[in-house]
Design a protein around this ligand. Structure first.
Ligand code: PLP
Length: 679
């Protein structure tokens, strides 16, 4: 299945004509443009041609346009130039503003550069965030109040996470009306090729660009500086770029950028706004069909047609990313993910979208080179992702439960923000119990219970819930159930053939599913010791905590053995076939979730035994794996994070041969190591 790349705001592939131009520049036109011989002059002619073309396209007028390594460098240069000028003015006794203002949704390069150069130059001005409104556009009222005191203003033309287009005319008008003398930088990275620019006709002093966001290679960029705006070079040396940016130019990059600009200028290579908007509408329709309840985090009419930012209730950005990646659709999270916790997107937070949306957002972005066939294929895969979630009972939706192949038994761990909810289900009796429900997981739990047609017998807590039972109530409401018990006065409940018992422990509770599992709240050693003394658990009872510290589960035996886990057992894709030949009894364990399998066509590791045990169900499986004789286990997942956790868990619990596949399937693919292994 071919990859579909929908992450163009991060970077793009390189236009074939740009590859050809770069190649030409490296093979034939390899001269140094500063050399005075013919080879050098030819190179210079090529570079001058690209500069002229860029100047035409961007309306540079009398201003300057220099080549550099990309937007981060352009931003540094602009900030350095403005701040040096401000320092000079201040040293000469002139009044300067006290604020370095930047839009709250700017790329991190902007506030970081402002803070850096402000400190290095000893200016000590206040670096202040300019708020944005609910649409993600600069708050003009706040700007009006602050602009009189601004020494520099940094805004962007279009946002990289949401595609929201700034109202630059309104900002310019405000600057004019107030007679503001602040230097103004506009980050034009996401605007190139998507918005018409006529820079010299504006009040903009500095405008950085980056080639790799529009089909040129990484490492080439441009900076526009308005005629008359102050300028200080960031790099000194041989005086290239008219002394504005020393260092021999990146000629291959410039040639490639030139080819992209030529394509922009001829107007036949890239799609226009109407086509792109139609493609977006098609993608939106598939997303809405696939994920009922989806919320878009950007106003369509104020955004680039090439960027979508959305959240799906009950699904984290990590889960959605895993799902899309399994379907070989490359999108990105609108927020920074770590293993246990997704950091919310500061862009969406600045827009005051609800917290769950800020921390579960996905960005889907494409470039103007996209074609109808790719959009059609992307839509089909998106719909398949929706099907995958439905068939795994994970899609909270208002739709009737979809058919499924019978309820599943199990101990399922769901975690969010470091908190664990456990769902115990018994297939034969179609009953289930929820332990420690987390509010953020309610839609997910409800969807699962409804779809599996389970009878919810109890919702219990190991400690007094921090939300005073709000999650419990919300779950009942979602399931349209009036009331459901805890374990009542008897403290016991039958879950199919098994018995769930409550044990009081101070003001907390431990729940025992026979002696196989203990849901303990905290895994405090003294608590475990007293459960052992009372004969309520054994050394091998699987201990499940209410907090997700990444360890999944434990046993008293492992806790006694101390914290020193066995050495890591790592394999890489290249070594896997030989390992499997040496260990014919090894079991490959795919710890990806069921919906990830459902989203991808065809199996992995064709020809050898692969067991699917999603990480969320690992706790239910470990006891069987720990029994003697132990077979070697090789855990794998998409990128190696989840398999590392699974293998660490098994090793901690005493398994002698729990391996992990480094870098996961993504690395195996990237290093061209065939995943199909002969039986
Ligand atoms: N500004 C914006 C809006 C961006 O999207 C990016 C790249 O992500 C940058 C600046 C930094 O660009 P570069 O990678 O060329 O340094």
């Amino acid at each position: 299945m071919q990859e579909i790349y929908l992450d163009s705001n991060a970077t793009t592939c390189v236009l074939p004509a740009a590859v050809a131009a770069a190649r030409q520049a490296m093979e034939q036109g390899f001269g140094n443009p500063s050399s005075t011989h013919a080879t050098g002059l030819q190179a210079k002619a090529m570079m001058d041609g690209v500069r002229q073309r860029a100047s035409r396209l961007l309306g540079v007028g009398e201003g300057r346009l220099m080549f550099n390594s990309g937007a981060t460098e352009g931003i540094q240069t602009a900030v350095l130039s403005a701040l040096c000028a401000l320092r000079e003015r201040r040293d000469a006794g002139q009044r300067i503003g006290s604020l370095l203002l930047y839009g709250a949704t700017e790329h991190k390069a902007v506030p970081e550069s402002l803070a850096h150069w402000n400190r290095l130059l000893g200016l000590n001005l206040e670096v202040r965030k300019l708020p944005v409104d609910a649409h993600g556009r600069h708050d003009l009222q706040a700007l009006g109040a602050l602009i009189g005191d601004a020494a520099m203003l940094c805004t962007m033309a279009a946002n990289n996470e949401t595609g929201v287009i700034s109202d630059l005319s309104a900002i310019a008008q405000l600057l004019r009306q107030r007679g503001a003398d602040a230097y103004w930088m506009v980050d034009c990275v996401q605007a190139l090729g998507k918005l018409a620019l006529n820079l010299a006709a504006t009040r903009i002093d500095y405008a950085p660009f980056s080639g790799h966001k529009l089909y040129a290679p990484k490492g080439i960029g441009m900076l526009y500086v308005r005629a008359g705006a102050p300028f200080t070079p960031l790099m000194m040396g041989g005086g290239q770029e008219a002394g504005q940016r020393s260092g021999t130019e990146n000629m291959a990059g410039i040639a490639a950028l030139g080819a992209v600009l030529a394509a922009l200028e001829d107007g036949t290579t890239f799609r226009g706004h109407a086509d792109l908007a139609a493609f977006r509408a098609q993608l939106v329709s598939s997303l809405e069909h696939a994920f009922p309840g989806i919320v878009f985090n950007m106003p369509f009419d104020l955004s680039l047609p090439t960027t979508l930012n959305f959240s799906v209730p009950g699904l984290s950005s990590k889960e959605l990313l895993d799902l899309f990646d399994a379907a070989r659709v490359r999108v990105s999270s609108g927020s920074a993910c770590s293993a246990a916790k997704a950091l919310p997107s500061y862009v969406l937070e600045a827009m005051h979208v609800p917290q769950w949306r800020a921390s579960s957002a996905i960005r889907l972005s494409f470039g103007p080179l996209i074609d109808a066939e790719t959009v059609g294929a992307a839509c089909a895969r998106i719909e398949r992702c929706g099907e995958a979630l439905r068939s795994s009972c994970l899609l909270p939706s208002a739709l009737a439960p979809s058919p499924h192949d019978g309820a599943q038994d199990g101990v399922i761990q769901l975690s969010v923000d470091g908190q664990c909810t456990w769902l115990l289900s018994d297939a034969a009796s179609a009953t289930c119990v929820v332990i420690d429900p987390a509010a953020a997981l309610v839609p997910r739990l409800a969807a699962f219970i409804r779809c599996q047609q389970l009878d919810l017998r109890a919702i219990v807590h190991t400690a007094r819930p921090v939300d005073n039972g709000a999650a419990r109530l919300a779950l009942l409401q979602e399931l349209s159930i009036e009331q459901v018990g805890d374990l009542g006065a008897s403290g016991e409940l039958a879950l199919g053939q098994q018995r769930l018992r409550r044990v009081e422990y101070g003001d907390t509770h431990v729940y025992l599913l026979e002696q196989r599992f203990a849901f303990t709240g905290a895994l405090a050693p003294h608590r475990i010791a007293s459960l052992l003394d009372a004969g309520l658990v054994t050394q091998d009872t699987i201990l499940c905590a209410a907090h997700d510290d990444g360890t999944i589960c434990g046993t008293a035996r492992a806790m006694h053995a101390g914290a020193a886990p066995a050495a890591e057992l790592q394999l890489d894709a290249a070594g896997l076939p030989a390992f499997l030949r040496q260990h014919p009894d090894a079991v490959l364990v795919d710890v990806r979730e069921a919906y990830e399998h459902a989203a991808c066509a065809g199996g992995v590791f064709a020809g050898c035994e692969v067991r699917s045990v999603p990480l969320s169900r690992l706790a239910g499986q470990v006891a069987a794996w720990l029994q003697q004789p132990q077979r070697p286990l090789v855990f794998f997942c998409r990128s190696g994070n989840r398999s590392a956790r699974a293998s660490a868990c098994l090793r901690r619990l005493g398994h002698a041969a729990a391996w992990q596949l480094n870098g996961g399937m993504a690395m195996a693919e990237a290093t061209h190591h065939p995943l199909a292994i002969a039986a």
